[in-house]
Write a protein that binds this ligand. Sequence first.
Ligand SMILES: *[C@@H]1O[C@H](CO)[C@@H](O)[C@H](O)[C@H]1NC(C)=O
Ligand SMILES: *[C@@H]1O[C@H](CO)[C@@H](O)[C@H](O)[C@H]1NC(C)=O
Ligand SMILES: *[C@@H]1O[C@H](CO)[C@@H](O)[C@H](O)[C@H]1NC(C)=O
Length: 573
Amino acid sequence: MCSNCDCNSSRCRSNAKMFGGIGCVLVLVTVIAVLVVTMTDALGADDIVVTIPELGSLLGSVGKSGWSGKDIYQFRGIHFAESPSGERRFKPPVPRSPWSGVKDVRENDITCPVITFMQALTPEQLEERDWEDCLHLSVYTKDFSANLPVMFYIHGGGFTNGSARDHPPGYLLENDVVLVVTQYRLGALGFLATNTDAISGNVGILDVLLALEWVQNNIRHFGGDPSRVTIFGQSAGAGIVSLLTMSPAVRDGLFHQVLIQSGSVFSQWGCERHPVLRARTIAQQGGCSDVNDLDTVNKFFMDLPVMKLLEITEFSSFRPTLGDLNGVVPETPKKLWNKSTKIYPAMGGVTKHDGTFQLANIYNVIGPQLETSNDAIQMIEDISIGLGINDDTGYISVMSMHMFFTQEELERGNFREMLPAIVDMSSNVVIKSPTFRFLQLNSLRNPQKTFLYTFDYAGEPTRFGYGHPTDHLPFNGGVHHSDDNIYIFPTIPLNAKDIEIAKKMSSLWTSFATTGIPRVEGEVDWPPMTRKTGPYLHINETCSVSDDFMKEFTVTKDDESNSIVRPPAISKL
Ligand SMILES: *[C@@H]1O[C@H](CO)[C@@H](O)[C@H](O)[C@H]1NC(C)=O
Ligand SMILES: *[C@@H]1O[C@H](CO)[C@@H](O)[C@H](O)[C@H]1NC(C)=O
Ligand SMILES: *[C@@H]1O[C@H](CO)[C@@H](O)[C@H](O)[C@H]1NC(C)=O
């Protein structure tokens, strides 16, 4: 299965074929005015150089596609912006200057600073390089002379984690697309805001926009068609994708279609309403002398060594912020949507148990209390009203209680008994509802070109726990948050059955990018969302179409096999 991996391995490389003379000729004939591809004899047989006249030369590598072993030309970590360190910290990104010589982009370059990654470095390694110089993108193509649709991926990780490295091309490039995976500043470096010139806000989003400009200017050198760019993202990445459809900071023509996997800017975690207050609070906790004075706060954050900045924000959450000086989020997402006139074909959906990660987070904090309580209602109420949404009338809470529980269940207040419904509530609030909301609104503008799914396939691998233990939890991950990505980006070896799902996902995702209509051969046609709640596609071993997406909001409670609950279920009754 290593041909599915990131193709850093020597095996992939030694199998690789050179970008041969005939390809060169084709390239030169078709795009001679803008492109020079140089082969350098001194390089290894599996190396490949592309020259972008306006920028410089890039040395890439050759890998293999997921199951049929096609050659993939890989350029990992092309810097599109100058390092946002020093005086450039918290500032809008600046395009990278051209370089001379051949720049080696055979291996993935660094991720943007994340505390868990940086803490693992030795003091010498920390000094060795500028770890904030992380604004790069990776380009993967099979054919330099083609004019293929471009899929531009924005990774997730809660706006504080994630990297291009985690998203290799092997599955998607079984089909004919060019894949671009961008990085953007994470955590405080990308999303701290005092809404002043010094820390103007949403520079992480500006990073993505600059990467998209880079694609417009340069992707034709890699066989990509800049007039057919589909942006897609998962979780926080989906939050960014959906935000870009309505932000007035986005110019026309930067991208043409959108695909959101499990997230949207309409979620609680999609937009920070009080960024300046948050910045002051973090500064205070970090030891800033006077948080009332924003100049002092700005200077405090500017002067911190990056490691220290990561440390004092380790337990803070970050997200796009309201009221930034760059005009990215001048108003709440709801108002932005209302004012926006842009229309995009859209595809998107959720995983069947998209909220188990959030419930695990909650259980890890208050599990013991929940297990012994005969009044788990307070917690349920906290979930059902959306982790902080104002619900002073109690209406949302009352309606969800009514939908999910009998009078007897509410009376007993037993956590285990109510667990399946609690999984649903968690999924609904955190992911399903905001994702659905975005697609529903989009379908009203673009009914023939909005496609909704639920990913139902429970394969062998899962992202449940993200590497942390889960045995103590009284529930399974089910079809967990980001399990869909297991079949889109080769990161975990797959068995034969799972590979069939990866083939389906690759076809659905790339056909949407190519034609605007997601299709997979041998499966039912996926109808667009022409009504307010459907239809939509179940992605599974056999795909099927359902009519009413509302049913997805109680899917765990309605599952009679109760498969989400781990034994000993209801042991405390
Ligand atoms: C970031 O993600 C990696 C896994 O990809 C994980 O090991 C690490 O703990 C995460 N760091 C943070 C700060 O969440
Ligand atoms: C949305 O737009 C309509 C006009 O098209 C306006 O009447 C309404 O107040 C707007 N709503 C919001 C929340 O801005
Ligand atoms: C997915 O398909 C499998 C095999 O047909 C089936 O057992 C499972 O119940 C399906 N999942 C859902 C959510 O329908």
